[in-house]
Design a protein around this ligand. Sequence first.
Ligand code: ATP
Length: 424
Amino acid sequence: MKPAKIALIGGDGIGPEVVREGRLLLELVREERNLPLELWELDLGADRYLRDGTTFPAEVRVAIQRECAAVLLGALGDPRVPGMEHARDILFGMRQGYDLFANVRPCRALSDRLVPLKGRGARDVDFVVFRENTEGIYVGMGGQFKRGTPDEVAINEDINTRKGVERIIRTAFEFAKKHGHSVVHMADKSNAMRHAHELWLRVFDQISREYAPDIRGKHVYVDALCLYLIQDPSQFRVIVTNNLFGDIITDLGAALQGGLGMASSANVHGFDAGRVAMFEPVHGSAPDLAGKGAANPFACLLTVGMMLAHLGYPEEEQVIEAAVARAIDERQCTPDVGGTLGTQAAAAWVREEVRQALRALHSTPGRERLAANALPLVPPARAGNLALGPAPSSPSPTSLQGTQRKALRPFPFPGIHCWHCNPP
Ligand code: ATP
């Protein structure tokens, strides 16, 4: 069997430090399970750019596309390159170049003590955000006019195509279907961005009807979503939104799950496992932590788990997630999540847990393997697999009644439940 080739790009700041731990975890799982994985380290990032001007050579881009199943990227961004030229070339070279239109970001708390909300626990924070990854305001279209004068104008265009909107919404619904979720929320700002987000509403309405009655589409304005996520995140399982809003609400989601050091992500072309996919922790290069050995490696380890599930090894992902959850519970972790360990020691603790769990798992006769592709990108409910505490004695779900806005006119999309017209 031809091995699945995985490109590793540490990048900048804490990126190389966490990718090093990701690599060690991949090597361990490969060795323990005899997996056909080939690792390919690439020297790309700010150091390389400053050394010889290289950002993302065309031959590397093509080789990754032809030969690799996945890329593990640390982070990009370095104060020595204020224009971010290398970051733009590498990141957009992959997202746009490989058409990785879905940025999948699970927001799942692995321990009650990581959830910062009063009266809430890990069971309340378990949703996945599908962020459109190739369009929106991040494409860089626009310009500046009369720069530096009192009359200057600055424009960034927000690009929304029918194809782009449809495929990300459909991917969210397919995910909901695969994982047995009955609601998909779509967040926009159609009350203010009437042209672009009316397109999102229309497409969402059409796709919601296709999946009804098993899955319902619910529409929510993004500002209200931020409010509801804090009041009661347990109401959400699958959220689909555009590039900008997805970027913002997943930082909010990261806060709900214990911080940026705990948030993983995948960049995929839908669920097409035949195309190269790119996996990266949600956090950036955190220059303030670089070189101190203090970065939390768990986001990267969880990202490695997502990658393994995508490559057909969902059981290994569950083992990794459970090991990280145990590390949190036993405070074998970095200071940002309440521990005292450094990057390497925290990751080494998780590796040892993973090693023991994999050995125990496969010495149990008759244990059924999960079917490859049965659980792409995110495993199912964690409660059975992870050592989580009992359900928190939370107050009854926050009533949203008092925060609703009255719709000014009838909601013209009968296929969608409008949260603002019909509060739950
Ligand atoms: P980007 O714009 O590239 O996403 P950012 O400016 O939003 O990056 P990050 O680099 O993600 O910011 O980090 C913000 C802060 O969060 C850091 O300064 C750091 O204190 C904290 N942080 C981020 N990642 C980690 C991590 N892995 N471990 C511990 N703290 C982290």
